[in-house]
Design a protein around this ligand. Structure first.
Ligand code: ARG
Length: 654
């Protein structure tokens, strides 16, 4: 058990005498911000005093009187209005560090009651290139799999790919009309990607043409609205009016930009003789693509055969990206896998009175929801929600999970609310269903990250650019070494790949997952600050001590020396090392990998202070040198393990 968990369990005794359920109050036991206030601080006496109508200091005193922590802590102190400050005995820290030193799990126990998780993440729609939006789901989902597994839970990861949607209608149409047979034979993945992009471009062209008049109208309306508002506002508009004016101005700029981008796209097609000819010849491409998709869904033999031929190529493509990201799945059961269950799913819901017919469509009406969940359209087509219901049924039968986590964009919040509410109507009470949602990746302008021409940013391009920039940093670093460069060109390239990808992953994982964040190569690769580069560098620096001192680290671990925590920096580092398990618990509690990155960053800071203040290789005595080396080794092992749980690899040298 972590020290924090131990303290909570001890405190629950005396707290339980004052309140029925101390769980919520126990959340208020936290690491102290300042060593002045001990190592941990309990702040619950204030709300509790209020609740009981007693002075908080009295309440704190009563709790402390009934608290049995003499073996673990120095005598508790009551400070200010009623804070309880707890300082762990140095001996206990030393014991725990000695245990961690010989434990491959670094002193983090497995949970007592493991739960079975299904984690649904990444889930791109295949047959089109992966884009920036897939980073978050992929890296957060992978980190959660690693974290829950390490904590001792049973995890089944499932990549619920979109392998049955319109994008297949698009490549079917592209294949029939624009295929270059020799290119397809030589490199099918690349040719399919080309066909997807071409069809996308032609569809966008016709959709854009059709949209342009509407956008023009909206622009005029906005211009008129702004003019009216300006006239009404007069010379000195009040705050509210000024704000409304700013909004109207922004809307107008937005409209102009939208039209400009669209016109540029249309012009690009028209300026290209081959493309413009294609666009004219394939004016009905939008409907034709839908028809191809419908034929596939209806079981058309030829479309089905082609789909079967394309799918492995699409999987090769995403697997290449997963390979670079070091992400794996237990299952890849895509939407197509559930196709023959959809009709039965709908029938079952009708039979049980959960779904009803409305205007020829089948819907589930849910309490407190404005719109129903549509599960079959008038024309008989099934929807995204239908597939998710069938998937849920399959997962319950097959994996019998205690919890299913859906790591999906926050824009799908309503979909999941509907899905979970329907699941409850179906009687799935035992399983915890969670939408682990996340915010949007933004560009430097604070809007969703797009290329200059307004297109989505491809994921591979991001990886390549991060690696390219990492290569520069690795080279500069190596060239600046006191005795000259140490790394060969191959070593540099391998390190750059790790550093670049790590930077991208860590930049994402270190954000509060529910917020949007601004994508920045410079920030993510910074050597200082809460970045993977900094953490990898910290790790490599600790490791370099062992190389420099020619220390046999295996021997050190096999017979750990006595640990000395006499100076504040040593003690703070020791305590930080022991908090690893607490950070993992916190990250698991609300599915937030950023709790782990924040912890690692703190640990690295404690290490820096320690390193400045406590000579290691030149320690005054041999015993102290051994003790400090062990603290170094534990720091490195925790960083390495922590990064591993985030799906990030360390480098031994940088
Ligand atoms: N393919 C979907 C998309 O790109 C995400 C699927 C998420 N998982 C799920 N079970 N709905 O939006």
């Amino acid at each position: 058990m972590s020290i924090l968990a131990e303290l909570k369990s001890r405190l629950s005794g005396p707290l339980g005498k004052l309140v029925e359920d101390p769980a919520e109050l126990l959340e208020m036991v936290r690491p102290s911000q300042d060593p002045k206030f001990g190592d941990y601080q309990a702040n619950f006496a204030m709300p509790l005093g209020k609740q009981l109508g007693r002075p908080p200091r009295d309440v704190a005193a009563e709790i402390v009187a009934g608290l049995d922590v003499g073996d673990l802590c120095e005598p508790p102190e009551i400070a200010g209005p009623g804070f309880i400050n707890l300082r762990v005995k140095d001996d206990r820290l030393v014991d725990r560090l000695a245990e961690a030193a010989v434990d491959p799990r670094l002193g983090v126990p497995e949970v007592e009651s493991p739960r079975r998780f299904v984690i649904d993440f990444s889930a791109p729609n295949v047959a089109k290139p992966m884009h920036v939006g897939h980073i978050r789901s992929t890296v957060i989902g992978d980190a959660l799999c690693r974290l829950f597994r390490f904590l001792g839970h049973e995890v089944t990861s499932d990549n619920h790919i979109g392998d049955w949607g319109t994008q297949f209608g698009m490549i079917l149409y592209g294949y029939r009309n624009f295929r270059d047979p020799s290119a397809y034979d030589a490199a099918p993945v690349a040719e399919l990607a080309r066909l997807y992009r071409l069809v996308r471009q032609l569809m966008d062209y016709h959709e854009g043409k059709a949209q342009l008049p509407q956008l023009g109208e909206r622009l005029e309306q906005r211009e008129a609205a702004l003019a009216d508002q300006l006239a009404a506002a007069g010379d000195t508009p009040d705050k509210k009016t000024a704000k409304a004016l700013r909004k109207a101005e922004n809307d107008l700029t937005e409209s102009r930009k939208e039209i400009e981008q669209l016109e540029a796209k249309l012009a690009a097609v028209e300026a290209d003789p081959v493309l413009s000819k294609m666009a004219i010849e394939h004016a009905g491409i939008g409907e034709a693509v839908l028809a191809e998709t419908a034929k596939l869904h209806a079981g058309d033999a030829e479309n089905r055969r082609l789909w079967e031929e394309f799918l492995p190529h699409c999987l090769d493509e995403i697997n290449r990206v997963y390979g670079r990201l070091n992400v794996t799945f237990d299952h890849t059961l895509g939407e197509s896998f559930y196709q023959d269950r959809l009709a039965a799913t709908v029938d079952d819901l009708i039979k049980r009175g959960i779904a009803t017919t409305s205007d020829g469509a089948i819907c589930v009406f849910l309490e407190g929801q404005n719109v129903p969940m549509l599960i079959r359209k008038q024309d008989g087509a099934f929807l995204y929600a239908t597939t998710d219901l069938a998937t849920l049924g399959y997962r319950m039968e097959t994996f019998q999970p205690d919890a299913i986590l859906y790591v999906v964009d926050h824009r799908q919040a309503m979909h999941f609310e509907h899905l979970f509410a329907t699941a409850r109507l179906m009687g799935m009470e035992g399983v915890r269903l969670e939408h682990v949602s996340f915010g949007t990746v933004l560009g430097g302008d604070g809007r969703p990250f797009k290329t200059r021409s307004g297109d989505t940013v491809g994921l591979e391009g991001l990886l390549d650019e991060a690696v390219r920039r990492a290569a520069t940093i690795v080279a500069e670093n190596d060239d600046a070494k006191p005795k000259g460069a140490e790394l060969s060109a191959e070593e540099r390239a391998a390190i750059a790949e790790r550093v670049g990808i790590a930077a991208l992953k860590y930049a994402d994982l270190s954000q509060n997952r529910t917020s949007d964040y601004v994508f920045s190569y410079d920030k993510m690769l910074a050597m200082n600050g809460n970045t993977a580069t900094y953490m990898q560098y910290a790790y490599a620096r600790v490791r370099s001590i062992f190389a420099k001192g020619d220390v046999d680290v295996e021997a050190l671990r096999a017979a750990p020396p006595a640990i000395d925590l006499s100076t504040p920096a040593e003690r703070a580092l020791g305590l930080a090392i022991l908090r690893f398990g607490e950070a993992l618990d916190l990250a698991a509690l609300d599915y937030r990998p950023n709790q782990l990155t924040a912890y690692l960053f703190d640990l690295a800071a404690c290490y820096s202070t320690f390193f400045e203040q406590c000579p290691v290789l030149k320690a005054p005595t041999d015993a102290l040198r051994q003790s400090r080396l062990l603290l170094c080794d534990l720091t490195a092992r925790v960083i390495r393990k922590g990064l591993e749980l985030l799906g990030i690899e360390v480098v031994e040298r940088m």
